[in-house]
Design a protein around this ligand. Structure first.
Ligand code: ZN
Length: 285
């Protein structure tokens, strides 16, 4: 099958917010995350988006937790999944000093995943706290990823963030062609509707690649619309802990398997990690 008919499945296995109360199958420790990522890779995921936690489930940005998690994934036999490390992690609503900037950037600079998240603005997160991405932080992150050759994945929670991405592209802080991840349905951001997805897709800078994910009940509708519109997919418990309404997902791999099946029904295939690297224009680690 031609590369144009391959779609990247990213799996966001843990995130910063869900807890074992939301879904008892959520992977939390470095070993659990690594084992989960491995089974998602076997199921067809090409990219793993990584957050880490402390053993009690608390969101963490501790470097050693990233180091251990990445090492465990990279040690898995034959597993060539692309890694995407968050640059937000456990910092939502906590800490916006230059020291915090360094804490957020260090895992990316030192562990050199293929990708990292780059959140193009600040928002009120679920009406509870502030997801702060200071201009100083974004400029530093943008320059660092160019130095260490990590591709930023531009997370877009609202349409203003798309214009902010163009601003940073214009100043050379982000280098085109960029890869965008639309995340729809986060309270405080754009809604998980097909209309809003289409608006975002139509505003993309020419030559960009893109993916989308709907949070919670918008998950499957946004996945179907994204397939129809030519985008790549993101699944996983960071965005959605349910398989169907009221039925918790049995595992992240179960969510990957569903995405693989839906691609198949559309005459498409899940991209392998190396195909994902070609689509995104990135080298192998
Ligand atoms: Zn994330």
């Amino acid at each position: 099958m031609a590369l144009k008919d391959k779609r990247i499945i990213t799996v966001a296995v843990t995130g910063a917010w869900p807890t074992r109360k939301d879904n008892s199958n959520l992977p939390v420790t470095p070993q659990e995350i690594a084992d989960d990522v491995y089974s998602c890779w076997q199921a067809g995921a090409a990219v793993a988006h990584i957050h880490v936690r402390e053993d009690d489930g608390t969101p963490s940005m501790r470097f050693e937790r990233y180091q251990e998690t990445v090492a465990l994934i990279r040690a898995k036999k034959d597993c060539d999944i692309c890694l995407n490390i968050t640059s937000s992690g456990g910092t939502l609503g906590s800490g916006t000093t230059e020291e915090d900037d360094e804490t957020r950037i260090r895992p990316i600079r030192e562990l050199r995943p293929e990708l990292c998240s780059f959140d193009c603005g600040t928002m009120n997160w679920q009406y509870r706290t502030i997801f702060e991405n200071h201009p100083r932080f974004l400029e530093r992150l943008g320059r660092t990823v160019q130095e260490v050759q990590v591709k930023p994945e531009l997370e877009i929670f609202d349409i203003g963030m798309l214009y902010a991405a163009e601003h940073y592209m214009g100043r050379g802080i982000l280098k085109a062609p960029c890869h965008f991840q639309f995340i729809l349905g986060a309270p405080g951001g754009v809604a998980a509707t097909v209309e809003d997805l289409l608006t975002l897709k139509q505003r993309l800078p020419p030559g960009s690649t893109w993916a989308a994910s709907g949070i919670g009940k918008g998950h499957v509708p946004i996945m179907l619309a994204t397939i129809a519109l030519g985008g790549h997919l993101r699944v996983g418990m960071e965005d959605n802990v349910f398989y169907h309404r009221g039925i918790p997902a049995a595992s992240n791999a179960q969510l990957v398997e569903r995405a693989v099946r839906l691609l198949g029904e559309a005459g498409l295939q899940a991209a392998s990690p190396d195909e994902a690297r070609r689509i995104l224009g990135i080298g192998r680690r």
